[in-house]
Design a protein around this ligand. Sequence first.
Ligand SMILES: *[C@@H]1O[C@H](CO)[C@@H](O)[C@H](O)[C@H]1NC(C)=O
Ligand SMILES: *[C@@H]1O[C@H](CO)[C@@H](O)[C@H](O)[C@H]1NC(C)=O
Ligand SMILES: *[C@@H]1O[C@H](CO)[C@@H](O)[C@H](O)[C@H]1NC(C)=O
Ligand SMILES: *[C@@H]1O[C@H](CO)[C@@H](O)[C@H](O)[C@H]1NC(C)=O
Ligand SMILES: *[C@@H]1O[C@H](CO)[C@@H](O)[C@H](O)[C@H]1NC(C)=O
Ligand SMILES: *[C@@H]1O[C@H](CO)[C@@H](O)[C@H](O)[C@H]1NC(C)=O
Length: 591
Amino acid sequence: MATAPKRAPAPWLPLLFLFLLPGGSCGGCPAVCDCTSQPRAVLCAHRRLETVPGGLPLDTELLDLSGNHLWGLQQGMLSRLGLLKELDLSYNQLSILEPGAFHGLQSLLTLRLQGNRLRIMGPGVFSGLSALKLLDLRLNQIVLFLDRAFGELGSLQQLEVGDNHLVFVAPGAFAGLAKLSALTLERCNLSTVPGLALARLPALLTLRLRELDIGRLPAGALRGLGQLKELEIHHWPCLEALEPGSLLGLNLSSLAITRCNLSAVPFQALHHLSFLRVLDLSQNPISAIPARRLSALVRLQELRLSGACLTSIAAHAFHGLTAFHLLDVADNALQTLEETAFPSPDKLVTLRLSGNPLTCDCRLLWLLRLRRRLDFGTSPPACAGPQHVQGKSLQDFSDILPPGHFTCQPALIRKSGPRWVIAEEGGHAVFSCSGDGDPAPTVSWMRPQGAWLGRAGRVRVLEDGTLEIRSVQLQDRGAYVCMVSNVAGNDSLRTWLEVIQVDPPNGTLSGSNITMPGIPGPFFLDSRGVAMVLAVGFLPFLTSVTLCFGLIALWSKGKGRVKHHMTFDFVAPRPSGDKNSGGNRVTAKLF
Ligand SMILES: *[C@@H]1O[C@H](CO)[C@@H](O)[C@H](O)[C@H]1NC(C)=O
Ligand SMILES: *[C@@H]1O[C@H](CO)[C@@H](O)[C@H](O)[C@H]1NC(C)=O
Ligand SMILES: *[C@@H]1O[C@H](CO)[C@@H](O)[C@H](O)[C@H]1NC(C)=O
Ligand SMILES: *[C@@H]1O[C@H](CO)[C@@H](O)[C@H](O)[C@H]1NC(C)=O
Ligand SMILES: *[C@@H]1O[C@H](CO)[C@@H](O)[C@H](O)[C@H]1NC(C)=O
Ligand SMILES: *[C@@H]1O[C@H](CO)[C@@H](O)[C@H](O)[C@H]1NC(C)=O
């Protein structure tokens, strides 16, 4: 076979081959191979072959040459096997595939080339394989897919290219793969998703992108895959978030983004996937499923989020999901799962909840009620507390519960700070409030106008339930209601904030801008600053600032140039009641 020609074949060459091949007749069997165990199969695996043996029967349908020492495949080498359906060349030492190497194999359906030393897939290598359905190129050293590398494979349905050194996929690499329905790109050195190349796959239904070192899926990266039904992104350790537009153009029915580094459910990116039925976000550091954010996924049936860091699933988390029937949140940090999370708990069929530190109190009574009907998978959920039921599986409770089992204590306000607080305008006010109950109650605060307060802003509720008001303003005056609540009940308490107004002198103050006579431009002071100016008296402040300005004017004149702006620090005696300011410093900018 070392005599095989390397250039384009002359028409008589196949004939020459016929004579060159030792024993090249139909019906024969190369001595090293096994042709008897299967009809029309020639099995030559692990025979230490360095070339394709001669004398292959012309009606061979399966040729197994795996695990040999084949190092190259030249043009026309197999061209007589026009009936061959499956060719296994895996685990050889092939590094060169010449263009036309598979010429004449027009019936070939399966070609296995995994575990070789292939480096570059250029155009024309696979020409002639017009019937090929499966091509396996895994475990090679392919670095590049050039344009039209697979151009002749119009029937190919499945292409395996994992475990290569792939760094570049040319935009036209997949052109011509009109029927490819499944593609797996795994363990490659790709640093971006080859979106342009993928967009040339009009029939792609399943795309798996696994174990890649890619940190980002840019907006529209997969646009052009409108037929795609199933997308799997697995083990991208650097993927910390999904951009809102990253799944645009897709109409998926199944999406898995597993073992990545997502810290939240990417609601915005998922929003348009109204045909999505299965969502798997397992093994991401996601800590919460908030309320009502999944409702756009109207057809969602299954959510898998096992092995994450879930500590809470909000009430109404699955609001709007009328077909929802499977939730897998095994191996998380959930202490409870309330019935109100589900639009209709009776429709739930499968609930994987094992491996969570569940507190068996009144919040889990609903689960106890449904425990015989629900499919809990291999291990049913067990109680991690309270102590008297610790370790007991939900399935082990009888229908009549002993007293003290699965109960809660309503929340009660234990202690609170003063009920009446007086603060100066610009000052700082704090109300404390905390409660007892089982489960531990949450503390919330309501403004005098009736709105609940959040964790951010000038008026906010701190982590421990304390209400904090910074830079008190006149309109903050009024009754604030502290409410402690848990699933078993709530308790509330009213407190009052009185604000002392500090009168501005007439005519010199407009809002928080001070206009100074004789000095161009306004001063900018925040409201606390204004309070401090007032505390030392406006006139001394004005005098000292004017004086300083005068000095600076003189100084700049002396230097022959004018500085365009200047910052003053005006330190005043500390007004009483303001505990949080470091010094009483007023900063003014002069233009
Ligand atoms: C691909 O990545 C592997 C492991 O990180 C490395 O050993 C190899 O050299 C890389 N190949 C290329 C072509 O960058
Ligand atoms: C995962 O994300 C966190 C921050 O969200 C970051 O500190 C960590 O390094 C990331 N892990 C990896 C493997 O990139
Ligand atoms: C999305 O896919 C569903 C099938 O999963 C199909 O019925 C629907 O027509 C598709 N929508 C669009 C806009 O292609
Ligand atoms: C507090 O409890 C009362 C009944 O005790 C109930 O009507 C009310 O809705 C509860 N309020 C909140 C905010 O939970
Ligand atoms: C300040 O203005 C009010 C009216 O706006 C007036 O009644 C009051 O007398 C003025 N005070 C001084 C000190 O000028
Ligand atoms: C203060 O002055 C700035 C700049 O001239 C202006 O934009 C702002 O509206 C003023 N604020 C008040 C309360 O007058």
